[in-house]
Structure formats: C-alpha cells, structure tokens
Design a protein around this ligand. Structure first.
Ligand SMILES: C[S@@+](CC[C@H](N)C(=O)[O-])C[C@H]1O[C@@H](n2cnc3c(N)ncnc32)[C@H](O)[C@@H]1O
Length: 218
C-alpha cells in the first residue's frame, strides 16, 4: 500500500478520466459497448464487477489474466481508488475501469441483466444482528444483484468470517441463487487458480481459513 489518507487522491484520479469514471450512470445499459470500444475486444464482452474492491490487487490481476473480460471495480474512497489506479496503470490494462461509487446505488449504474459476474471479497461482516441488513450478502442486496445479473450469471463470494459465511449461504438460497461451489478452506489445495486480495493475504498469513462460494442465478 503506498497511499494513506492522501488529500491529493481526488485530484490525481480525476486526471485519469478514461479509467476512473465519476459519472458511471451515463454508461448504464451500455457497458459492453463501452468496454468493447475501450479494450478493442469482441462485441459481447462479459462484464464482471467487484463490489468494495479495496486497493485493486484482485481486479488488476484478473484483468491481466482475462483480457477478453471487462472488469469494473467499485469502491467509495478516493485514496483506495488511487491505489487500484496505480496497479491498472502499471499493468497497462485497458479492460479495467474504476468507479468511485456507493454500492447502495448499484441499480443506477447497471441495467437489468447487464452483468455476468459480481465479486464480493472480504466485505465488512457487520457481526451485530441489528446491523445484518448492511451485510453485502443480505437478501436485500442479493435480490438487487440478481436483477442486474443475466440468467446464469453468478456471484463469487469470499470471507474470513464463518458467521457471515453461514448467514450468506442461507441468504443466497432464499434469494433465487443455486450454490454451485462451496469451501470452508480455500487454501486446501483444491483451488490452485485462486487470485487473492489484499485482505485475503493478511488473513492467510495469520493462519485464518478462507470461505468461498459461487452462486448462480437460476
Ligand atoms: C474490508 S475492505 C475489503 C477490500 C478488498 N475487497 C479486499 O479483499 O482486500 C471493504 C472495502 O469495501 C469498501 N466499501 C464498503 N462499503 C462500500 C459501499 N457502500 N460502496 C462502495 N464500497 C464500499 C470499503 O471502502 C473497503 O475498501
């Protein structure tokens, strides 16, 4: 991590308006078209979005390894977007866009059935029951993601919190998703292609097991 509470972050990220989009609503329903033009890729480019992307290790690595997919990273904080931007620039990625945006308003950014995949990596577990509606895997959120996903689209979810994971399994099942893959120990050796996030690296280094599931819209 190179930037912490950088007061200049906003000014810097504003200079890269071909990567950091401050008015993403204007692309609603046209992300495939925009990604195709920007990345010079095939017309029906899949759209994958990471919610609460953090400093961008995951999305920039995914972008590097999957040039035919359009990735959209969403996070609230400018200095975090700046860290992700540095990775996108270093890797010269044309298929990764960054949105300084609140996930609560996701429906203003994506059209119904526009998204192929959402990633939720190590979101805040909000352990108190009275805060459960804030969890990004609460059914109120899952119903929104489900609307925005195409048929057969999926959510990939990773967390260190077993409590959040168990809660989420139930929420996915109650919200019209089929869980097609699930592990309580992502480091078990059965997932050699796993791309880690910044938080994930810290948890692994502390010997904490990672839970992961993949849920498909049915
Ligand atoms: C615990 S961090 C995890 C970051 C990253 N996914 C990782 O695994 O390293 C959660 C991230 O979600 C972002 N976030 C939380 N609530 C958000 C919201 N409503 N809209 C957009 N981003 C949000 C935070 O700014 C933070 O960067």
């Amino acid at each position: 991590m190179r930037v912490r509470n950088n007061p200049k972050a906003l000014g810097i990220i504003q200079q890269y308006d071909d990567i950091v989009l401050f008015r993403p609503e204007k692309h609603k329903g046209k992300w495939k078209e925009f990604m195709t033009w920007k990345n010079d890729s095939k017309p029906d480019v899949p759209i994958h979005a990471e919610l609460g992307m953090g400093r961008g290790k995951f999305i920039s690595t995914m972008g590097l390894l999957n040039k035919g997919i359009g990735f959209i990273g969403i996070d609230l904080r400018y200095e975090i977007i700046l860290s992700a931007l540095e990775k996108v620039l270093e890797r010269e990625l044309r298929n990764v866009l960054l949105l300084p945006y609140n996930i609560l308003n996701l429906g203003d950014v994506f059209e119904i059935s526009e998204v192929d995949c959402f990633y939720i990596n190590f979101c805040d577990p909000w352990p108190k029951v009275r805060h459960s509606k804030r969890r990004l895997t609460h059914r109120l959120f899952l119903e929104k993601y489900r609307t925005l996903l195409k048929d057969g689209g999926r959510v990939e979810f990773k967390t260190d919190s077993r409590e959040l994971f168990d809660f989420s399994i139930n929420e996915f099942r109650e919200s019209g998703f089929e869980i097609v893959d699930l592990t309580y120990d992502l480091q078990s050796g059965n997932y050699p292609g796993n791309i880690t996030t910044e938080y994930e690296e810290k948890f692994i280094n502390n010997g904490i097991k990672i839970n992961r599931l993949e849920a498909v819209k049915r």
